[in-house]
Design a protein. Structure first.
Ligand SMILES: [Zn+2]
Length: 264
């Protein structure tokens, strides 16, 4: 059986016996793939450890009789440390990024540019100052959406194309429709439709972050409260357009921490 080798980051793993598990990876060459890690949970397992939030080199083989492949060996190439100031926030955002990729990436479709962007995100999420963490995550979230064909209209009315600044200047409420995929001006509103109301500041931030690089996001200190509003808008939009059923578990964890007054 020929061995294949690829760079990969773990997205999720499912244990199905005391010693074995299935691991879902985002890989540079094959996109999202799942591989069986037979015996890998044993402490005495001889091959390299499978660490989360780490750029790994994974060697695997595809069995002809079965659909899933098997891990042969792994080497850690680069670990994105989550230690230090804002550790729990870093962990929550890195976990949420993995959760999103697991839910949204099609299986076995290579997307090397998105893989590279994901590695850049993990790097920034590890190294940036705590106050820039929310902006870095929201920027990643918006770029991921656009890269996969879900592009919320946050600078223009999605009905008539009116600019967000003009909607704000006209004095009417700024509303976002998850169903119609963007902002809706007063003239395009329909009775009975569900909207999320946004402040002028939130709307401007969404527009800025949608165009920002991860490096530019590192200059925008937005608070966790503001970030929560933006993430809620994006998650509701995504639920409507991708069929994603639940909220992001990793971010619920962040909310719980905040509610318990824990210093993140
Ligand atoms: Zn309109």
């Amino acid at each position: 059986m020929p061995l294949e080798k690829t760079e990969a980051v773990i997205l999720k793993s499912f244990n199905w016996s005391e010693s074995s598990r299935t691991i879902h990876f985002f890989t540079r060459e094959y996109g999202r793939i799942s591989l069986i890690d037979k015996g890998g949970r044993r402490i005495a397992s001889r091959r390299g450890r499978l660490l989360p939030f780490t750029r790994l080199e994974v060697t695997f083989y595809q069995s002809k009789k079965e659909s899933a492949g098997y891990i042969s060996d792994t080497t850690a190439l680069e670990t994105f440390s989550l230690d230090g100031d804002g550790e729990l926030g870093r962990l929550a955002y890195a976990s949420a990024a993995c959760e999103l990729l697991f839910m949204l990436l099609p299986e076995q479709e290579a997307n090397p540019s998105l893989f590279g962007y994901f590695l850049s995100f993990l790097g920034k999420n590890s190294s940036t100052e705590k106050r820039f963490l929310p902006a870095v995550f929201v920027t990643f979230f918006m770029r991921l959406l656009s890269g996969l064909g879900f592009h919320p209209s946050v600078s223009f009315c999605s009905g008539c194309g009116k600019k967000s600044e003009e909607i704000e200047k006209s004095g009417s409420r700024i509303l976002f429709s998850p169903e119609r995929g963007g902002l809706i001006c007063a003239a395009c509103q329909k009775p009975g439709e569900y909207y999320i109301q946004l402040s002028g500041e939130s709307t401007r931030l969404l527009g800025t972050l949608q165009r920002a690089s991860l490096g530019e996001a590192e200059t925008l200190p937005i608070g966790y409260e503001e970030a929560t509003v933006l993430i809620e808008v994006l998650t509701k939009f995504l639920k409507y357009h991708s069929g994603m059923k639940s909220d992001l578990k990793s971010l619920e964890f962040l909310e719980k921490l905040k509610k318990s007054q824990f210093n993140i």
